[in-house]
Design a protein around this ligand. Structure first.
Ligand SMILES: [Zn+2]
Length: 262
């Protein structure tokens, strides 16, 4: 298990770096300065390796599709939730196919909705219980991905080939876990911050940063929360689809985006 270290974050890493740097600054001249730079560099590399969207340090991962086609992928994390059917209605009305990164626990809680999503969209693995994986043991990471994969396969009837790490946190052990389950990691080009922004702000944020091949990250749930309010996301999607179509974008699943023969 991950223990009390769960509460640590990249900010804690920075604090550690700063403390180490303070010590090293007291060392004489060039040696102290060089050691300080090396320490800060290692800390920055670690922070990027864990959370950087382009990082493949701990596991294979992509964050965008090819820039050569005017295509994008809408992705939704943390579902299924009680609100997911409303989102499915919006997508169906516009004939848009998306990729849903589901948590195994939520699939087990709402099996009928999970099957409804799987019948029309691509399903990805988003872990079983949505933990932050930093400082977790490889066995815990492997168990989380494996349980989610089995639950999605058994209940929703879909076999995910994509994995999105909860909170975008990658950690040692993830490469082996993904390899075992043949999962490609997927980060994002654009994140809507839809857990805190209202619909107009989410819409603006996405439209201001979208580009060819963009993978757009939104949420139809909130971790394992029951009955989460995702109305801002649903309203934003209702506004985004026609606006993005007007700009000439075609909507694809992540698999179609990164491998157009799918
Ligand atoms: Zn999530």
């Amino acid at each position: 298990m991950c223990g009390s270290a769960l509460s640590l974050s990249k900010f804690a890493l920075r604090i550690t770096e700063n403390a180490a740097c303070d010590t090293m600054r007291s060392m004489p001249g060039v040696i102290g300065g060089t050691a300080c730079l090396a320490c800060c560099g290692a800390g920055a590399l670690m922070a990027w390796g864990v959370r950087g969207r382009s990082s493949t340090l701990f596991a294979p991962s992509i964050y965008q599709g090819p820039a050569s086609r005017r295509a994008i992928a809408l992705t939704f994390d943390d579902g299924p939730s009680e609100s997911t059917p409303l989102l499915l209605d919006v997508l169906a009305a516009s004939r848009v196919t998306a990729t849903f990164f589901q948590c195994g626990m939520n699939v087990a809680r709402l099996p009928e909705i999970a099957r409804q999503v799987a019948s029309a969209h691509e399903i990805g693995n988003h872990s079983h219980t949505h933990p932050r994986f930093w400082f977790c043991q490889p066995a815990f990471i492997r168990e989380e991905l494996t349980r989610a994969q089995a639950t999605i396969e058994n209940i929703a009837g879909a076999s995910p080939s994509l994995f999105r790490a909860p909170f975008g946190v990658r950690w040692p052990g993830m490469r082996e876990a993904q390899k075992r389950l043949r999962l490609m990691g997927v980060m994002w080009t654009v994140i809507g911050r839809d857990w805190k922004l209202n619909a107009p702000a989410i819409t603006r944020r996405v439209l201001n940063t979208v580009r060819n091949g963009a993978i757009i990250c939104l949420h139809d749930g909130r971790g394992l929360e029951c009955g989460p309010d995702v109305s801002a996301t649903i309203e934003a999607v209702r506004r985004l689809i026609p606006a993005l179509k007007d700009e000439g974008y075609r909507f694809e699943t992540v698999s179609q985006l990164i491998c157009p023969t799918n």
